[in-house]
Each structure stands twice: as C-alpha cells, then as structure tokens.
Ligand binder design. Structure first.
Ligand SMILES: Nc1ncnc2c1ncn2[C@@H]1O[C@H](COP(=O)(O)OP(=O)(O)O)[C@@H](O)[C@H]1O
Ligand SMILES: [Mg+2]
Length: 234
C-alpha cells in the first residue's frame, strides 16, 4: 500500500485519532477549546456510542472523524488514511460509497422523491450499476417501497428517517455516522428506527458511530464514549 508513512492507522482500525483537538474563536475573539486530546480507535464492525450533555462537542467530534471538519490539533484517520494531508475533494472521494450519514433532522432533498433521494449517493459514484433497482431494494428493506414517488413533505418524520436510512445503507457503507438519529422522533418511532438501523448495520457489516442522548441506546452499542468538558471518558 502506498502512503503508509502518512497513516497513523493500526491494522483493523477504521477510525483512529491521536490527541485530536478543536478550538474555535468566539465573536468576542475568545478561544474556546471544544475538544481536547481525543484518542479513539474504532475497529471494523464495532458499534460505538458517543454521549454527552448538549454542547459537549459530540457533533463537532463526528464531523472531525468523518473528515467534514478540520482539527486544530492532532490527527485523525479514516478508512486507514490520515485525513490531514487530504483536501476537501480528496476527503469526499475517500468517503464516497464507503461512509453513510444519518442526521437528527433527516437532511433529505425536498425536491426529490423518496426513491430519488436513495438513488443520489449511487449516482454520485460513477462505478455504480443497477442504481434504480438497488435503491428500490433499499426502500423495500425499510418498508417504504409503496412510497417511492412521495416527496419528503408527504412523509411523516419516521418515514423520512427510514428514507434517510435507506439512502445511508444503499451503498453498503463500511462506516455509518449517525448524529442523534431519533432526536426528532417520538419514542415508539425512534425505537423502530433504531431496530432498523441495527438490523441494517448487521446485514451490511457496517461500523457504527452514533451520537445519542439516550443512555439505554448507548448501552446497546459495544463501546460507549462519554464526552465531558471536551474530553473522552470511557
Ligand atoms: N461553528 C461554530 N462556531 C462557534 N461555536 C460553535 C460552532 N460549532 C459548535 N460550536 C460550539 O461548540 C460546542 C460544541 O458544539 P456541538 O459539537 O454542536 O455539541 P453537541 O453536538 O454535543 O451538542 C458548543 O458550545 C457550540 O456552541
Ligand atoms: Mg449535536
């Protein structure tokens, strides 16, 4: 493999960080240390929960791990590649087809049907084949095959999150990042979504990194990291 010199990754780790930190400056020009000395090692197939109070830096951490955001200090690697030498396009290319996302507020494209939303990540990957059939299969897996032509506004919150799950898993990603995926749903709907999420994770052999407020949900993951004052407590 090339680039091994650049890689901080040990064998079998899909995500690894070394002394990762994030500072932000406020509008008053004060420095805010949001994340400090984060050391994580997430292995292939692992399920990981990240919990912490609101504002403790969970979303910021997820963004750094996924290469959506850039650290102020330290290093992160994703899928065996150090992220810091890569520019934004190279980081996007690294994620393509291998990393899926599910967010609290669904993040579907409003002007696209359920099916078109699920097809989108496949269409971005020029190697993809049988896009429509695969997207329909994914919609079937989340029980929404009869809603394929509906726009997001014609779907309930739970249904929109099902579409988001289908979109996230359609490329059988190696890693799924989920940021409070049940945060906008009532308890029963949230539990249905979580059951589906774990089922699809198992089927696709996907590594799961999930931010949640819900300790009982965190306990269902193999590893539980707690963020307190910008630091990880295991
Ligand atoms: N772009 C930003 N500019 C300034 N402060 C930010 C920004 N993003 C996040 N923060 C602050 O960083 C802290 C952590 O935010 P976040 O990662 O969203 O926390 P969580 O997801 O745990 O609620 C919060 O205090 C938040 O206000
Ligand atoms: Mg958050």
């Amino acid at each position: 493999m090339n680039n091994q010199k650049n890689s901080i990754t040990s064998e079998n780790s899909l995500i690894e960080t070394k002394n990762l930190g994030k500072r932000l400056s406020t509008s008053l020009n004060e420095e805010l240390l949001i994340l400090d000395q984060i050391n994580l090692n997430i292995k292939r197939g692992e399920s990981v929960a990240i919990t912490g109070a609101s504002g403790s830096g969970k979303t910021t951490l997820l963004g750094l791990l996924a290469g959506l955001d850039i650290p102020s200090e330290g290093e992160a690697s994703l899928l065996g590649k150090a992220l810091s030498p890569l520019d934004e396009d190279e980081r996007a290319a690294l994620r393509l087809g291998k990393v899926g996302f599910v967010f609290q507020s669904f993040h579907l494209m409003d002007n696209l049907s359920a099916l078109e939303n699920v097809m989108l990540p496949l269409e971005l990957d020029s190697d993809s084949k049988n896009i429509r059939t695969r997207a329909l299969d994914a919609l079937k897996q989340v029980g929404l095959e009869d809603r394929s032509t509906h726009l997001p506004t014609q779907l309930s919150g739970g249904e929109q999150q099902r579409v988001a799950l289908a979109r996230a898993f359609v490329s059988k990603p190696q890693i799924l990042f989920a940021d409070e995926p049940t945060g906008n749903l009532d308890r029963n709907t949230g539990e249905e979504i979580i059951a589906l999420l774990f089922e699809m994770q198992k089927q696709s052999d996907t590594t799961l990194v999930m931010v949640t407020h819900d300790d009982s949900l965190a306990e269902r993951c193999q590893t539980h990291y707690k963020l307190v004052d910008g630091k990880i407590i295991t």
